[in-house]
Design a protein around this ligand. Structure first.
Ligand SMILES: [Fe+2]
Length: 214
């Protein structure tokens, strides 16, 4: 059954997938393949979303965990600052147009991101799933969502849904259906439909009530 923290796991998978694309493009560009600038440049929006996400975790999830498992979240907050440093290094390498240093920076960023997200999924969110009540998890996910600036929500949807697999798309949509007011959910649904022209029919097969909304 879909629980509120499946929304977090779904966005973690979108981060993994985007970083895979960015890192592969940076490596190919360093080897001299042309035309990859646009893919490497994805790191800018990627990092904006990562910052909203990390801020949301620190605001909502980590305090909820602190109450039931003291002193665990501190290490994850340190990881977030290390991710900030990985972004700085990548941003610097791109600014000076150094393809080799850019590829080294995306590799380091990807390696640490993957380790961090795996720890969060299998340790931090396992503890939250076991020790925080489902309504409190839902409230924390709602508070996390509030860290996305309203006017950037369409960009977030257009970035996230194409990166996610069918199960994550379904989980995210079902969670939104539960937590959003109906008119906001209808708007979100239209953004989702526009973001995944090839995947929309599968999503409506899984959640038939969407068919009338898109
Ligand atoms: Fe995190």
């Amino acid at each position: 059954m879909t629980g509120p923290i499946d929304a977090v796991r779904a966005i973690h998978n979108a981060f993994r997938q985007d970083m895979r694309l960015i890192d592969a493009a940076a490596l190919d560009a360093a080897r001299g393949k042309p035309g990859l600038t646009e893919t490497v440049e994805r790191f800018r929006f990627f990092n904006e979303v990562l910052e909203w996400h990390a801020h949301g975790e620190e605001l909502a999830m980590f305090p909820a965990l602190e109450a039931v498992a003291p002193s665990v979240a501190e290490a994850y907050e340190k990881d977030h600052r290390a991710l900030d440093a990985a972004f700085e290094a990548l941003n610097n390498a791109v600014s000076v147009r150094d393809p080799l240093e850019t590829a080294r920076a995306t590799k380091a960023f990807k390696y640490f991101l993957d380790v961090h997200l795996d720890k969060e999924d299998t340790h931090l969110y396992r503890l939250i799933g076991e020790r925080v009540s489902v309504p409190d998890q839902g409230q924390a996910v709602g508070l996390m969502a509030s860290t996305v600036p309203h006017d950037r929500f369409p960009e977030l949807v257009a970035w996230m849904f194409p990166l996610m697999g069918h199960d994550d798309r379904e989980n995210m949509t079902r969670i939104w259906q539960k937590v959003m007011p109906p008119e906001a959910f209808a708007g979100a649904t239209q953004l989702v439909a526009a973001s995944i022209p090839d995947g929309w029919s599968e999503l409506t097969r899984r959640i038939p009530e969407l068919a009338t909304a898109g």
